[in-house]
Design a protein around this ligand. Structure first.
Ligand code: ATR
Length: 276
């Protein structure tokens, strides 16, 4: 890649840095599409987010992905936030449009498209485990696709509040899974992240359902292994990340994203330890 006077700069703001495969994924996509653009990671602590956004505006960064812990705090710093991101309550993408910084959310599309690799969603009964930001995006996306949604969380009160706000039909504790209708199961809790643990017992996973795990490290979490052993179909968190990133690329460039190239770069970055 040759960086020159007209190279467009994109990036991701997060804190701490070092746990992102986004630069690998997006730079591979830029190369495959022949775009004169580069994507870098910016480690920005919360106290400096406002300065970072002002800097992005001044420097004309074309697109800034927003990751943990900035997805909510960035909202008041932008010129415009689309309706979907407002509903979810989080912005993961800031795109420069005619000099204005426009916030949107592609996390929900990533979750929905990852599931749609295995199943249509309209009319399906979906269960979302967790009640944080990833759960909000998943619930929004599943509702937008016409699924019937239940939210189960360790702290049931958080599940109830989320369900009420985003129009899910049921809510309860994680232990309610065996009594909850479930064709599609989405884990958004952090259980299983770099540990051999699952948020639910294997026996509670319905045979024949589709299971998506937001956790992508390790690629084959305990939840996904249990799901396969029960005859369920497993979708790794890699697809959620790759497909939300693909949608960011589409927003900025209007190009059809090279999904397989991005997925391969995501895997290679994990194997080389460039980012987890
Ligand atoms: P994010 O915004 O990334 O989704 P978050 O807001 O920190 O993350 O939410 C983490 C989720 O993982 C929560 O639903 C949390 O449950 P609580 O609301 O009860 O805290 C869930 N979680 C974290 N550790 C867990 C554990 N050991 N067992 C079950 N759920 C857990």
């Amino acid at each position: 890649m040759r960086i020159g006077a007209h190279t467009a700069t994109c990036g991701i703001v997060l804190h701490p840095a070092g746990h992102t495969r986004s630069p690998a994924m997006h730079n591979a996509a830029f190369a495959a599409l022949g775009l004169d653009a580069v994507y870098v990671a910016f480690d920005v602590p919360p106290a400096r987010l406002a300065e970072a956004v002002a800097g992005a505006r001044a420097l004309g960064l074309r697109q800034l992905a927003v990751s943990i812990p900035h997805k909510e705090a960035v909202i008041p710093l932008l010129d415009e936030v689309d309706e979907t991101a407002r509903r979810i309550g989080a912005v993961n993408t800031v795109t420069l449009r005619d000099g204005r910084l426009v916030g949107s959310n592609t996390d929900w599309i990533g979750a929905v498209r990852a599931l749609e690799r295995e199943t249509p969603l309209a009319g399906r009964r979906a269960v979302v485990l967790g009640a944080g930001g990833a759960a909000r995006a998943a619930v929004y996306g599943l509702r937008a696709r016409g699924a019937h949604v239940s939210v189960l969380n360790r702290t049931a009160a958080r599940a109830e509040a989320l369900a009420k706000e985003l129009g899910a039909e049921r809510a309860g504790p994680l232990a309610a899974l065996p009594d909850t209708p479930c064709d599609v199961l989405v884990n958004t809790t952090s259980v299983g992240l770099r540990e051999d643990a699952s948020p639910v017992p294997a026996g509670a996973i319905p045979a024949g359902c589709v299971v998506l795990d937001a956790v992508y490290d390790p690629p084959h979490t305990r939840l996904l292994r249990d799901a396969e052993a029960r005859g369920a179909r497993a979708v790794g968190g890699k697809w959620w990340l790759v497909l939300q990133g693909a949608e960011q690329l589409r927003l900025w460039t209007g190009c059809e994203p090279p999904i397989e190239v991005m997925a391969a770069a995501f895997d290679a970055a994990g194997a080389s330890g460039a980012g987890r």
